[in-house]
Design a binder for this molecule. Structure first.
Ligand code: C5P
Length: 228
């Protein structure tokens, strides 16, 4: 079966305190999403890359995407949530996929994805019944707050992982899962809600999600030290 990437990129980036949606913020002089799509399009284990943009996206057409060729397909069908954007993307590509094809959902906002992240995930999961996600063990001790911002309790970090992307599931399973669980913040949660147990595949913290302004600087540092 084949592997397709779906990249949700229809968010507004409100935590960035910027007019610009974060997927288009400059990173080493290029729109952030260009780094993300570049790695996915260059991967020999991925057959095609679909990027889900918001219906009113004003920015996509201002850039030259021709270097990526026909491996990159924009879909202007973003939804109100990340899960809905992914589901709309899955519906849009229905005619081009088989039920058993693998879908790798990857955040546009994770531009430091490395070839080995993709290859490890696909290698580990290609024969798996359920699928799974890239993740890293939690490094900090976690605290739950009470209503007065005092510590209600400490969550032991043993056995806790931070979910990253790509998250890799079979087309039909992922579509069904997202149709019945739309308020999830990642694909794995929707699969879990069906009673299934996705695998955790260890990645590393360089695959960070750009959420706050500091993350942009960290991402630049990571990319520069990887290429240079
Ligand atoms: O906001 P957050 O960082 O969780 O977004 C994760 C990814 O989901 C981003 O790449 C963002 O563009 C995308 N997204 C989307 N549609 C939405 C909200 C977020 O495609 N409605």
């Amino acid at each position: 079966s084949r592997c397709f990437a779906i990249v949700p990129a229809a968010g507004s980036g409100s935590r960035m305190k910027s007019e610009h949606p974060k997927q288009y913020l400059p990173l080493l002089g290029e729109p952030l999403i260009r780094h993300t799509l570049g790695v996915l399009c260059a991967s020999p284990v991925i057959d095609r890359v679909y990027v889900v943009l918001s219906v009113g996206d004003q920015e996509w057409d201002r850039h030259d995407w021709r270097p990526f060729g026909d491996r990159l397909v924009p879909l202007f069908c973003g939804g109100v949530s990340r899960a809905e954007s992914v589901l709309n993307g899955l519906r849009a590509i229905a005619e081009h996929t088989a039920e058993s094809d693998w879908i790798l959902v990857h955040d546009a906002a994770r531009p430091c994805l490395a070839p080995w992240h993709i290859e490890t995930l696909v290698h580990e999961l290609i024969h798996d019944e359920v699928g799974g996600i890239l993740a890293v063990p939690v490094a900090d001790t976690l605290k739950r707050e009470d209503s007065t911002h005092r510590i209600a309790d400490t969550v032991a970090r043993d056995g806790l992982w931070q979910a990253q992307t790509p998250q890799m599931f079979r087309y039909v399973m992922l579509k069904r899962a997202l149709e019945s669980a739309r308020h999830v913040t990642d694909e794995a949660s929707a699969i879990e809600a069906m009673g299934l147990r996705p695998r955790l595949v260890r990645g590393d913290p360089t695959n960070l999600k750009v959420t706050y302004p500091l993350d942009l600087h960290l991402a630049e540092w990571i990319l520069q030290h990887r290429e240079g």
